[in-house]
Design a protein around this ligand. Structure first.
Ligand SMILES: Nc1ncnc2c1ncn2[C@@H]1O[C@H](COP(=O)(O)OP(=O)(O)OP(=O)(O)O)[C@@H](O)[C@H]1O
Ligand SMILES: [Mg+2]
Length: 402
């Protein structure tokens, strides 16, 4: 017996009265009781994961586990052992026999998110488990059975990937038999007032704030916006606007600054790619780039000014910054890049114009190495650069201890 739409909505938290969302819920209700595999498509932030969970909760498997696997986040080399498990000793590091996600999801649902990112070799094995419920652990020769319902999701055009040969056609046809396509928010703006109301109330309650709502002009403003980040972006905007204007009724003026700052709008300065899925990783990427730039700049400043900036933190887990000075290149430092040059000069003013940053850098590194008896950790600390950066520079300048 299919579950009714209201129950599905209540259980899953999927909001929306528009025809588009009601249709999605109708399909969920129809297919949930069966074991058929489902492909959920839609842009980032449209609610694909919510739909996958809704299917599980409305199925006979609801008391079993739901295991979510982000196929895009697992390195290609280990994805098979993660999905299907491995036998002890099957590869370096396989110290124990381990069950994979499929076995963990037995009698429940496995949600394979970003399915388009799975390597072609793995796709063959997925097809087998979908068609026959059979798989083998990596390095094993025992065929195992598993009772799992498979829900997949993607925000890519899998049809296009298939034509290009990046995705197996047989798997694609198998997956797309039941497809639930989530509409982008700009195609169902009628749901915006309801979403705003609910997100606003929830956020205000959680944070002990008064919620006075949005003015009709503000709602109109929200409806006219394109929402490249879809419902997730709307939720973020609502939450930050309430945090910034506690207890106030929200106006379009408050919104325009916030939407510009939300990072989804086509910013020319930062490489924010809206349709690559986990925006978390985009943010990390940008942060890393900024850190590199900052570190390079501070390295340069120290060298140019001959200063040691004490305690500039260097994250050992970050890759070393890209060198600004390429091999055999003479460095040119622009005055505006050096923000604070101390009054007491560290090099003889007479030498200015005669010496390059590269020469200065080599000399500085050499002297510091001598001072710390070639202890690289202490040398790097004193120079305020990462040990790995120092290592690279020692090699580049041929400063290895004779
Ligand atoms: N119809 C909806 N009703 C209520 N909340 C929603 C709806 N759609 C999306 N959301 C909210 O938006 C956010 C993103 O949803 P979800 O993670 O399911 O999107 P997604 O399509 O999987 O995104 P991505 O492709 O980036 O992984 C979540 O906070 C979710 O609660
Ligand atoms: Mg998702």
């Amino acid at each position: 017996m299919p579950m009714d739409i209201e129950t599905i909505q209540r259980q899953s938290g999927i909001l929306g009265e528009s025809e588009a969302i009601q249709e999605v819920l109708q399909t969920v209700a129809q297919i949930a009781p069966t074991d058929i595999s489902v492909l959920v498509t839609g842009e980032s932030g449209t609610g694909k994961e919510m739909v996958a969970k809704a299917i599980h909760k409305a199925s006979r498997r609801k008391f079993g586990p739901i295991v979510t696997v982000n196929c895009g986040a697992i390195p290609a080399g280990i994805i098979e052992s993660e999905l299907f498990g491995h036998k002890k000793g099957s590869f370096t590091g396989a110290d124990e026999t381990r069950k994979g996600y499929f076995e963990a999801a037995n009698e429940g649902t496995i949600f394979l998110d970003e399915i388009g990112e799975t390597p072609l070799e793995t796709q063959v094995k997925l097809l087998r488990v979908i068609e026959q419920g059979e798989f083998m652990r990596v390095g094993d020769n025992v065929t195992r059975k598993v009772d799992v319902r498979i829900v997949t999701a993607t925000n890519k055009d899998l049809g296009e990937d298939t034509r290009r040969g990046d995705f197996r056609q047989d798997l694609y046809f198998r997956l797309k038999t039941v497809t639930i396509n989530l509409p982008p928010l700009r195609e169902h703006p009628v749901d915006i007032p309801l979403l705003v109301e609910r997100f606003g109330l929830e956020f205000a309650t959680r944070n002990d704030l008064a919620f006075k709502g949005f003015t009709p002009e503000a709602i109109r403003y929200l409806k006219a916006y394109g929402w490249p980040g879809n419902v997730r972006e709307l939720k973020n905007v609502v939450e930050s606007i309430l945090a910034l204007n506690p207890g106030e009724r929200i106006t379009p003026e408050m919104l325009s600054t916030q939407i510009k700052a939300s990072g989804y709008t086509a910013s020319q300065t930062l490489p924010v790619v809206v349709d690559t899925p986990p925006e978390q990783s985009d943010r990390e990427l940008i942060l890393r780039q900024l850190l590199f730039i900052r570190q390079d700049l501070s390295d340069l400043k120290q060298l140019a000014a001959g200063l040691k900036v004490p305690g500039s933190p260097v994250d050992p887990y970050l890759p070393s910054p890209v060198p600004l000075v390429g091999e055999g290149e003479k460095a040119v430092v622009f005055a505006e890049d050096v923000t604070h040059i101390e009054s007491r000069p560290l090099i003889d003013p007479e030498a200015a114009g005669e010496i390059t940053v590269e020469e200065l850098e080599r000399e500085l590194i050499q002297q510091t190495l001598i001072r710390f008896n070639h202890n690289r950790r202490r040398t790097a600390q004193a120079l305020g650069i990462a040990e790995r950066t120092l290592y690279r520079k020692i090699q580049a300048y041929g400063l290895e201890k004779k």
